[in-house]
Design a protein around this ligand. Structure first.
Ligand code: SAM
Length: 439
């Protein structure tokens, strides 16, 4: 497998084994005591190390939104991987050589050991999702393949942000990415989620999936099926005339009475699911299980087609391009109405959607680039909606952000607040402990 090299990589790899042990010092709690939720102030390298003894192999879902390394140092946080704490850390790890690193080297040096620790924290069926844009996507993919293994690559989602792109750029960038790796991709279940653009009347919202099994082509040669009396129908009564001009062919008229076929009838066509149709007939018209474990029935329609009817255990329709999930501008406005100022917070709806893809009601969710705390807010909103017991662990390096933005937002989310239009948003309840990570 090709691997990526950058200046400082050897020094970082040597350093990984020497990351000192660290501890978490409690600095008060908010709301419900013993909620199990933690907001840690400190560099996430130290904080993740401190979390390891209690959380190794226990985190179901990591969502992180690290600095994208756009080069900007003017935002509330430093997006040039040039914050004083990171500079000090790099100088500690590699001495004067740290001055020679460019911003991509610095970003990779920063990410690599943190990804290694995140891997240690994940459950063996855990999932990690990383928001990123074009600045570092290609580097991140290579480093994730190295740290997690190519076989754990799951998908790359594209998030198309809402908002105003009426600017002078030659190409108006309105999307970014979410890179997803699963510790065991085979164990990732069908996400119980519908794309936000799926309309209220879409057939994806129906309790059953219906498809005709009449299918003609070289791979489906014509063959006969004997439908016995009593074969279920989708309508209460109908007459299907004998025919040779349409599929399926009917050798004689068929009559549907009281929702079932009144007498046996021979039909001919190419079929997409003949063996399972015959298993259904042999099973006395009781549902049979298809190759994916889905309960499957069959029905005759008024037009003479035969349809498979599969019970939908839960609706699932996830597209690789995500839209209709808000914008950073709108989320920043919501925070501003709460009296909080933060550059480019992720929309709450986006993070809730992402977490729902790999959800469990008692999952531990971790975000070690917490920013304004959207991930914790999303977890609390999900718990409030379905009574779940999910817990969150957040880490934020910048003390001013951690105290004045993250902690304050989560306190307001728990207690209730006014949105940008002045409407009261009910509190979600819960609580958290505020800690500092120290060596
Ligand atoms: C892009 S923002 C995250 C925004 C967040 N998703 C939200 O919705 O508000 C990245 C955050 O990571 C923090 N950060 C950067 N380096 C860090 C580190 N080494 N340890 C912990 N936090 C760090 C920054 O201070 C910044 O608040």
């Amino acid at each position: 497998m090709p691997t990526l090299h950058w200046r400082g990589k050897e020094a970082i790899i040597a350093h990984v084994a020497r990351v000192p042990d660290a501890s978490l010092l409690s600095d008060g709690s908010h709301g419900v005591a013993d909620s199990g939720n933690l907001l840690v102030e400190g560099d996430n390298l130290i904080a993740l190390k401190a979390l390891l003894p209690d959380y190794r192999g226990r985190v179901k879902c990591v969502y992180v939104d690290p600095p994208y390394n756009t080069g900007s140092e003017r935002w509330v946080y430093n997006d040039n991987v040039n914050a004083p704490a990171i500079q000090r850390w790099l100088a500690e790890v590699m001495g004067s050589a740290s001055a020679e690193l460019d911003r991509h080297d610095r970003w990779l040096c920063m990410m690599y050991p943190r990804l290694l620790l995140l891997r240690e924290l994940l459950r063996d069926d855990g999932v990690i999702m990383i928001s990123i844009d074009d600045s570092e996507l290609h580097h991140l993919r290579a480093v994730m393949d190295e740290v997690f293994g190519e076989s754990r690559y799951f998908t790359t989602l594209v998030w198309r942000s809402a908002g105003n792109f009426d600017n002078q750029a030659r190409i108006k960038h309105c999307h970014e990415y979410v890179l997803v790796y699963a510790m065991d991709p085979a164990r990732v279940a069908m996400p119980p989620v519908l794309d936000p653009a799926v309309g209220a009347r879409s057939k994806l919202r129906r309790a059953a999936i219906r498809n005709t099994i009449v299918k003609n082509g070289p791979k489906n040669p014509v063959s006969e099926v004997l439908l016995p009396a009593g074969f279920p129908a989708a309508v209460n009564s109908a007459r299907i005339a004998a025919r040779e001009d349409r599929w399926p062919r009917y050798a004689q008229d068929a009559h549907i009475v009281h929702g079932v076929l009144a007498h046996e009838v021979r039909v001919a066509s190419g079929w997409s699911s003949k063996s399972i149709l015959q298993a259904f007939i042999a099973n006395g018209f009781e549902a049979v299980t298809d190759s994916r474990g889905q309960a499957t029935r069959f029905e005759l329609t008024a037009s003479g087609a035969i349809e498979s009817v599969k019970e939908r255990r839960h609706a699932s329709h996830v597209l690789s391009v995500l839209g209709d999930l808000g914008s950073t501008q709108a989320q920043a406005a919501v925070l501003a109405a709460m009296g909080l100022h933060f550059s480019f917070p992720k929309p709450l709806a986006l993070v809730e959607y992402l977490l729902s893809l790999f959800d469990e009601r008692d999952a531990i969710v971790l975000d070690c680039f917490a920013g304004s705390g959207t991930t914790a807010h999303a977890v609390m909103a999900m718990n409030a909606r379905d009574g779940g017991q999910r817990r969150w662990l957040l880490v934020e390096m910048d003390g001013a952000i951690a105290r004045q933005v993250t902690a304050e937002r989560l306190r307001l989310a728990m207690a209730g607040y006014r949105d940008a239009r002045g409407a009261w948003v009910a509190g979600l309840g819960g609580g958290f402990q505020y800690c500092r990570a120290e060596r």
